[in-house]
Each structure stands twice: as C-alpha cells, then as structure tokens.
Design a binder for this molecule. Structure first.
Ligand code: NAD
Length: 478
C-alpha cells in the first residue's frame, strides 16, 4: 500500500518513502510510507487548533453519528484491515480480525459516550447560589502509538478524544502504520470535518518534541523509556500527559489452583499474540506443591503451539513483529541461558514455508527474580518459571518489580483471590484468567512506571480527555 498522511483533509505522500516488511515473509514489502517533517507537524497542529472551536461545539448527535459510522466501517472492513494487520505486524489473521472488531466496538462505545457524558449540578453553601461542574475538551490532542496493537490503540485514543470534543493528531508506529492510514480513510468517509483528525507518519523522534510542546495534551502508549522522555519534554510547557507503558506482569499459580484453568491462563496470557502484549505474563510464579504437575502440563501446552506464517489458518503463534524485537528476544534468551536458567521448551528460531522472524515459544525453568529475564520487559514469547515456597513468597516475588501493569493469580480459594486483589500493586488484577485481554468499557492502565496520568478506556477516559470547569451562579440577579 502507498501510505499517506492526512493534514487538513489533504492526503499527502511526498518525500522519501520508507518501506515496511512482512515479518512472516521478509521478501514481501507491505507498504511505503512518508516521514512527517517538522513543517508537517506544525501545520497539523495549526489546523487542529483552528478546528477546535467548531468541533467542540458540533451538535452531539452529529459527533455521535460520525463515531458510530466509523465503527460500522471498521466492522464492515474487518477482514481487509485484519489481513493488513497480520501482514504488517505479524499477528495471526484471527487475531488481526479480532483486534479490528475490537476497534469497531470502541468507536461504538464512544459514540454512546458523546451523549452520556454528564456534568454536575450542586447546591451552593451561599443562599441563592448554585454550582455547575462542566467538562470541556482538553484541546488539541497528540496520540502517539506503538506497533503491537496497530488498530485498537489508535482507535481507543482517537475515539475517546473526538467523543469529548477534542481535535486529534495521530502518530502511529513507523513499524506498522497501515491500519492507521485505513482508520483515517474511514474517519473521512464517516464525515469528520477536515482538520479535526490529522495523521502524521514516520519515526516519532523527528516530530515528538514539537508535538509534545505545542499540543494541549499527549496520550502515549509505548516503551517506558520513551514515555519518560515525553514526560520530560512536556514539563516546560506543562502539556497534559497520559502514558501507557511497559509491563513485567506476574502470574501466580497456587497449590489450590485448578490445573486446567491455570495452564490455559498461563499459556494464553504468556504466548498469545506472540507475547507482544504489555499485559502479557512474563513471570510465572508457582508454589512448590503444584510446581511439578503444572510445569509438566505447561511444557506440553507450549510445545504444541503451531508457529508460522500469520495468514496460514493453522498458525497459532505468528512471527515476532520486527528484526529489532527478534534480536532483543534472542539476547534475553542467550543471557538467561548464560545465567543458569534451563530451557524447558523453545529457545530457538523456527523454519516455516517463508523466510520470517519465527521464534519458538520459550519457557525457562529454575529462574529466580534477580535474573534479568525476570526483571526487564522482554515483550516476546519468552517467560520463566519461579518456584516459591508459599503464597507469602509468591506475593513478595510478584511485587518485587517496579513495572506494575497487570497481574494474575490461579486459585480456587476466594480468600486467596481477595487477598491478592488487595495486595497486588498492579493496575489490573485477573483471577483464574490470563493477565492479558482487557475490555473497552472499564478502565485500563497501570501505576508508574507502567502508566502515568489517568486511565484509558471506559468512562475513566474522560479524566484525561476533558478539563473541569466549576461555575458559581448567583440567581438573585438573573
Ligand atoms: P516505542 O516507545 O519504541 O514507540 C512508541 C511510539 O513512540 C512510536 O510511534 C514511536 O515512533 C514513538 N516515539 C519514539 N520516540 C519518540 C519521541 N522521542 N517522541 C515522540 N514519540 C516517539 O514503543 P514500541 O516498541 O512501539 O512498543 C512496545 C512498547 O509499548 C512495550 O514496552 C509495551 O509494553 C508498550 N505498550 C504498552 C501498552 C500499555 O497500554 N501499557 C500497550 C501496548 C504496548
């Protein structure tokens, strides 16, 4: 595909084009995309600012209709978008279509939020006075997104921002921008006025500072170091910042766990979507009584995963999304081996019918929480088992990591589940379910340094995408 930027309703593809390569088939170029210049960024910022007054005052039924129509178009084109996603990012076709359907649901949800978003009315402490609390758009929103959910994350930032009356500049990942281009086409087709949504492409490092300094708000999803840098750039201008960052998510298996449920949740939560989910489990913490039985079953489950071309119907685990990520994963595997961890399954590249970044799902045994494997986010199909004495030690090990995004437990005891819910420091807790797989109608996010600046999704999104105004009214003279 020929990638295009969208600025003020004009499609642009001039300048040097940078290709994306199919990670399932390195001989296939998927798209060619321009790189946004500083001038592009400044123009997009100016038109987004110019459109803010009219979009924020656009009739709410019209705003809702545009969002709903965008959702309808995403649903109607879920096969096309999902296929492009699978070719450019490497998710299986089923995962790619599923993610596109989720993006459609997000647009439908926020179409409803346009009409639902309430203000407040209070009695005043002063006789004859009232207080109105209203929510206003935060302004021009820059949305910067990663490669691992190339349609869902652009959708959930864009839909929320537009619903609450903001104008948007979306900068998707340079590794998988194709779905964002398609989303931009659908927003235009749905009737969004020119300049309300603008799309800039390429590496965020080129235009990041300009966006962060001149937008009113930046919603960013990506790696923790990039997020920290954005926060530093935002400080002088006091740009409002929301950061959704990395995870090193623990999944605890207690002696009283249901073995089937525990194995399924660990396998799906860790290796699903090639382990490239910020909420994926990367540390599997198992109490000693169930350890051997659980490990035996988990090894079988991991070994049975079929790795291959993302578009092959038999594939369960697609390729690693890009070369840099594959090299990073292999580095972690090599260093874990060198530090004494035992590879129970995987740890090697896989041959398929095409040349691609195929990595076998990898499980290490005999790891401990001091190893790099269990401290740094890998973001690939690689995890280690940590054997612990009891629940107390499991909780201590799970909490002994500064990244606090998601966190899971397998147990049949309500008491244990409730204790873990209370004591976990993660932003999200799952009980007898994978640590990944969040829904769009409830808050999503983690505590620093996994997240910063308010949750996304559900009605919690309003906190970031709106500003509060408190108005005192003396009725005596009205
Ligand atoms: P990344 O930080 O390398 O890139 C993310 C985006 O930031 C890209 O669009 C990139 O172009 C842009 N960028 C890079 N430098 C920039 C700068 N200086 N200024 C402005 N923009 C800049 O992340 P990635 O490799 O694309 O994604 C993987 C990471 O994303 C993982 O750490 C993962 O955990 C995280 N992630 C988090 C969540 C979450 O919701 N918490 C969800 C998905 C992914």
């Amino acid at each position: 595909m020929l990638g295009r930027q969208l600025i003020d309703g004009q499609w642009r593809s001039e300048g040097t084009l940078i290709p994306t390569v199919n990670p399932s088939d390195l001989d296939e170029i998927v798209g060619q995309y321009p790189q946004a210049s500083l001038a592009d960024a400044q123009e997009a910022l100016a038109v987004a600012r110019a459109q803010l007054p009219s979009w924020s005052r656009t009739n709410i039924q019209k705003r809702a209709d545009i969002l709903r129509k965008t959702g309808d178009l995403l649903l109607a084109r879920a096969n096309d978008v999902g296929t492009l996603l699978a070719r450019e990012e490497g998710k299986t076709l089923a995962e790619g279509i599923g993610e596109t359907v989720r993006a459609a649901q997000v647009f439908h949800y926020f179409a409803g939020e346009v009409l639902r978003h309430p203000g407040q009315w209070h009695d005043s402490l002063r006789d004859g006075h009232n207080v109105i609390v209203s929510y206003e758009p935060v302004g021009v929103v820059a949305a910067i997104t990663p490669w691992n959910f190339p349609i869902a994350i652009p959708a959930w930032k864009t839909a929320a921002a537009l619903a609450y009356g903001n104008t948007v500049i979306l900068k998707p990942s340079e590794f998988a921008p194709g779905c964002a281009v398609q989303l931009a086409e659908m927003l235009v087709e749905a009737g969004l006025p020119a300049g309300v949504f603008n799309l800039l492409l390429g590496n965020g490092r080129v235009i990041g500072q300009t966006l962060v300094e001149e937008a009113d708000a930046v919603t960013f999803t990506g790696a923790t170091p990039t997020g920290r840098h954005i926060l530093q750039m935002a400080a002088p201008a006091m740009t409002k910042v929301q950061l959704e960052l990395g995870g090193k998510n623990p999944f605890i298996v207690l002696d009283d766990a249901d073995l089937d449920v525990a194995v399924e949740a660990a396998a799906q939560g860790t290796w699903g979507q090639t382990g490239q989910r910020c909420t994926g489990s990367e540390r599997i913490i198992v109490t000693k009584g169930i350890h051997d039985a659980f490990v035996e079953r988990l090894i079988k489950a991991v070994d049975a995963f079929r790795v291959g071309h993302a578009l092959d119907s038999s594939t369960q685990i697609g390729p690693v999304a890009n070369l840099a990520q594959l090299e990073k994963n292999l580095g972690f595997i090599e260093r874990a081996r060198a530090s004494g961890a035992e590879v129970a399954v995987g740890g090697h590249l896989v041959e398929a019918r095409t040349r691609g970044h195929f990595l076998a799902p990898t499980l290490f045994l005999d790891t401990d929480n001091r190893m790099e494997l269990n401290r740094e986010e890998i973001f690939g199909p690689v995890a280690g088992i940590i054997k612990v004495e009891d629940f107390d030690e499991a909780i201590a090990v799970a909490g002994d990591c500064e990244l606090a995004l998601s966190s899971g437990i397998a147990t049949t005891s309500l008491r244990n589940a409730e204790r873990y819910r209370r004591e976990s420091t993660a932003g999200m807790v799952t009980v007898n379910a994978p640590t990944a797989g969040v829904e769009y109608h409830v808050p999503f996010g983690g505590r620093a340094p996994s997240g910063f600046g308010g949750r996304e999704q559900g009605s919690a999104s309003a906190e970031f995408f709106t500003e509060i105004k408190t108005t005192y009214i003396n009725h005596g003279v009205l």
